[in-house]
Design a protein around this ligand. Structure first.
Ligand SMILES: [Zn+2]
Length: 202
């Protein structure tokens, strides 16, 4: 690789090997950061499970860490056997987590909703639609700014049903298409789906 950027870990100063989430890492730190995140996601998976937002983040992470580990494993000339074994282990662990993700039900579905925020001094309302549903939340299009942790109201246009939801993240796909990930605060099966059947159909 021809990148001249150094590792982003403070005090490391070793040469760039690859990046993760836009941050440059040396080989050693790429490996340790991958292990750290794989462990963390694995703990979530065994414990409370992952919410829709964490699943999106995990999907991106798996894709990126697998691709980059694979590139280094194939291209780096000065790799010792231990580093090579670690990279292969990272690829394997990531693919195991990927299998878990494929088993977790989520459903691509467009349902018309009205989102509203009654935040002091900045209340807004937006008619929009869902992109992906999960048991406890959804990804939706939303062009109003909402910060993680804020609570917004979701109203289904078809049934009129309402629920409070917590914003988990928001990020633009492109200039006119901003996505928001929310989790319902306290709502059983807001989407009225038979999640057992959704899981079966996968
Ligand atoms: Zn480093």
């Amino acid at each position: 690789m021809t990148n001249t950027e150094d590792c982003s870990i403070a005090g490391c100063g070793q040469a760039f090997a690859t990046s993760l989430g836009g941050e440059p890492f040396c080989l050693e730190h790429f490996i340790s950061v991958c292990y750290e995140r794989l462990d963390r996601y694995d703990d979530f998976r065994k414990g409370a499970g992952l919410n829709v937002t964490e699943m999106e983040a995990l999907r991106r992470f798996i894709h990126e860490c697998t691709r980059h580990a694979d590139e280094i494993e194939h291209e780096a000339m000065d790799l010792d056997n231990l580093d090579r074994a670690k990279l292969l282990h990272i690829i394997l662990s990531a693919s195991e987590l990927g299998r878990y993700l494929r088993r977790s039900p989520r459903k691509a579905a467009s349902i018309a909703v009205r989102l509203s925020s009654d935040k002091m001094g900045g209340s807004w309302e937006e008619d929009t639609e869902t992109v992906v549903l999960s048991r406890h939340g959804a990804l939706m299009r939303c062009n109003h700014v909402a910060k993680p942790g804020e609570t917004i109201q979701v109203v289904r246009a078809d049934t009129g049903e309402k629920a409070q939801a917590r914003v988990a993240w928001q990020r633009p796909l492109n200039r006119d298409d901003v996505r928001i990930g929310v989790e319902f605060v306290a709502c059983e099966n807001f989407w009225g789906l038979d999640w057992g059947a959704v899981e079966e159909a996968r």
